[in-house]
Design a protein around this ligand. Structure first.
Ligand code: ADP
Length: 514
């Protein structure tokens, strides 16, 4: 049977997004299923693996149904997933823990132990994952010491994508890409790193079998095949992490063309041909394929900051938007646009979830700086949006130190739905910002990788047929200068507050115990 369709399943932090592509790279149908992130304490961020598994199945079934696809017409289903998640499972692959996500900060105390007592910088240089509580390596150290019975009882420790495959195919495999984001995987050897395993006390058989990102799983159970509307022999391509796939999907793989993705979190990335780590340990290096590695830095506080504004700071305005039949984000953006660039000197440090690149400070917290009686709600909204762009700015400058000056920024993720936010990025960086034809970069990247995996394409050279640039935002020199002044103050404020962040974070931990 002719197989005109490719499905990309992207397991994000807020939702599972499924896209059905035709062979020209056009999205024929899409479906998103949201799920909650549980934060019972400020340092916890967990999800229900079963809920995510069901969301993935629902998404695949929905796009098949929406586009009236026949079983057997799908070339492959290829996967993208958020990084750094950890689930302990028993021998029957049932979860013993929730899915501990990248945003979980419980293992923060192990950063110092690993760096100062266990040769953490060397482990980073071998594994490419910065030393941070997001890293499964540190999460495992935390579980070993804080949940010893569970740690001893666990048959395996796996991530959310491995869990989905375990449920569907009964196998625990991890692609090189997600493995390279665990802090446990040796980038040169493409295998688990003995030193990292020793540091957390995990045996290699407690981890999944590493496979290439083009590895294919096949043989759906009849009831799953029926639910999904696919034939049982449809190839499931294990795929890669949403981060590296976003780069591929954005077509950002030439020198000086950096991708900026802002979904719940955010990241800046560039491509190198062999693994390359940062001597100072600020940047990550993750795999896509053996000759395609992505170097960059991630921030915790991306689009989630705008969601926080919508749900906590500007609830009345969001409600007003709904009354007017408008998307709340669009209305809040209009309010932000009603005040000048620079928010009349109100600066926001969007560090609510602690921060990763380039400062790597899990104790950092949010700050409004410069508030006066003159400032109103629109200033606060705009300052939050600007603050997120200032964070991206500091990572771009760090990446430029190792990988050269920026020629162009390719933007993707939820924030790319906002022309206002994109123009702000161009103005903050002083570089052109282009938007690839699909804003769902990770899904597009997964579809391309899927085509490669099943032998439909031989390399990514034809990528430009799939990924066109829709729009370019050019920096306004005057606005760029205003932002230049503010980013200097912003950076100073951060450094001045470094010790105070430790104090307030310790206070919060002490007074928020359950
Ligand atoms: P993830 O993949 O991490 O689940 P998304 O890529 O869907 O997240 O991005 C969600 C974020 O995108 C929201 O938190 C919000 O900040 C931003 N966003 C979504 N829609 C809009 C919009 N219309 N205007 C501005 N920002 C938006």
């Amino acid at each position: 049977m002719h197989k005109p369709f490719i499905i990309a399943a992207d397991i994000g932090t807020t939702s599972a997004k499924t896209l059905l592509f035709n062979r020209e790279g056009r999205v024929i149908a899409s479906h998103a299923v949201e799920y909650p992130l549980h934060t019972p304490r400020p340092d916890m961020a967990e999800q229900d693996p079963e809920q995510i598994y069901q969301a993935v199945l629902t998404g695949i079934g929905a796009v098949v149904q929406k586009a009236s696809v026949l079983p057997g017409q799908v070339l492959c289903v290829s996967f993208s997933s958020a990084m750094h998640s950890l689930i302990a499972v028993d021998e029957s692959l049932q979860p013993l823990t929730p899915c501990v996500t990248w945003a979980d900060n419980r293992s923060v105390g192990y950063v110092r132990t690993l760096k100062e007592e266990l040769g953490g910088l060397d482990i980073y240089r071998r594994t490419g994952t910065p030393i941070h509580p997001m890293s499964p390596l540190l999460k495992l150290m935390w579980f070993r010491d804080n949940r010893p019975e569970l740690f001893a009882e666990a048959y395996k420790f796996i991530g959310i994508k491995e869990y989905v495959f375990a449920r569907l195919f009964g196998e625990c495999v991890i692609d090189h890409s997600l493995a390279s984001a665990t802090g446990l995987f040796n980038l040169q050897q493409l295998d688990w790193d003995a030193g990292a395993l020793a540091a957390c006390g995990v045996r290699r058989e407690q981890l999944s079998q590493p496979v290439s990102t083009t590895h294919v799983l096949q043989g759906l159970r009849p009831k799953d095949a029926q639910r999904l509307g696919l034939s049982a022999d449809t190839p499931f391509v294990v795929g890669a992490s949403d981060g590296v796939l976003a780069n591929l999907g954005a077509g950002a793989y030439e020198p000086g063309v950096y991708s900026v993705t802002i979904g719940t979190s955010g990241a800046v990335r560039g491509v190198v041909r062999e693994p390359k780590t940062d001597p100072q340990g600020r940047l990550f290096c993750y795999a896509l394929k053996e000759d395609f590695w992505v170097v960059g830095g991630a921030i915790n506080n991306g689009g989630i900051m705008f969601r926080w504004v919508r749900d906590q700071l500007a609830t009345a305005e969001a409600e007003e938007a709904r009354r007017r039949g408008m998307e709340p984000y669009d209305y809040l953006t209009e309010l932000a646009a009603s005040v000048p660039a620079g928010s009349n000197g109100l600066i926001f440090l969007p560090l609510l979830a602690g921060e990763r690149a380039p400062y790597w400070n899990a104790n950092a917290r949010g700050v409004f700086f410069g508030l006066s009686l003159f400032h109103e709600k629109p200033h606060m909204i705009r300052a939050v949006l600007e603050g997120v762009m200032f964070r991206i700015h500091s990572v771009v400058r760090a990446l430029e130190e190792t990988s050269g000056a920026t020629k162009e920024i390719r933007a993707s993720g939820g924030f790319a739905q906002s022309p206002f936010w994109l123009q702000m990025l161009a103005d903050v960086l002083g570089s052109p910002v282009t938007i690839p034809s699909t804003i769902e970069g990770s899904g597009m990247g997964a579809a391309l990788l899927g085509m490669l995996a099943v032998g439909e394409i031989r390399d990514f050279s034809g990528i430009h047929d799939w990924i066109q640039v829709n729009q370019t935002y050019r920096s306004n020199e005057q606005t760029h200068q205003v932002y230049g002044e503010l980013t200097d103050i912003y950076t100073r404020v951060y450094h001045q507050l470094k010790e105070e962040f430790d104090l307030i974070s310790a206070f919060q931990q002490k007074h928020t115990q359950l």
